[in-house]
Ligand binder design. Sequence first.
Ligand code: ADP
Ligand code: MG
Length: 247
Amino acid sequence: MSNNLETIVKLNGVHKIYKMGDEKIVALDNVNLDLKKGKIYCLLGVSGSGKSTLLNIIAGLEKPTKGEIVFKGKSIEKMSEKKLAIFRQRYIGFIFQSYNLMPTLTALENTTLPLIFRRTPKKIRTEKAVDMLKAVGLAKRYKHKPSQLSGGQQQRVSIARAFVNQPEIVFADEPTGNLDTKTTEEMMNLICGLAKKHNQTMILVTHNLELSVYCDEIIYIRDGKIEKTEDVSASKITFQQEVSVNE
Ligand code: ADP
Ligand code: MG
């Protein structure tokens, strides 16, 4: 069935080798992938298996040693840094384990950042950011700075920031690594619910098999190699349609 879906990213024979003195570390070893629009992927592997390297390469943050990354029909591995920056702003949203919010900016200002980079007029970017903060359940926290928010609330701001641009693809690298079980459930529902609603592709990076219940497909990575991919869409849980949070 997934074969009918549009391909958003394709990796052909991707290798990444780091040189450390005389030692060579093979972080990615002949990775071939075909990622489809609107699907939620779980990139699953133990620490050191190459998950973050793979994500960085798809996002154009690192260059492969060998191989090709085709994003919406365009090879990105040869693009200039300037073009790559524009490409990321246009197509990609990021959610990090450590939130990566700007400490001196409010929740609203943090959420508008990607729109500033895209030169969206101020009125529109404020409207969009307000809508997004409402969607993540932070309607009463616009003026709070990160230090005035809980971990879960900070992650909500970073989710709002990742989605405010309506990116084609959202990368979440261990997004719930610092959160308790209940908040993890809320965050996963939120992230996956938003991605599904707007038919966005998502790659969730984790070492936690339990999180795969939120995904359509698991990509198993070990020692830089894709071991197998597994369609788990049939056993996926349904997401809450509306966000309910106690603010
Ligand atoms: P994961 O995210 O799955 O924990 P990484 O992609 O961070 O794994 O790392 C994969 C392998 O590549 C590891 O062995 C790691 O030590 C190595 N590695 C990652 N980044 C670098 C780097 N900048 N320089 C050298 N080795 C690196
Ligand atoms: Mg990692």
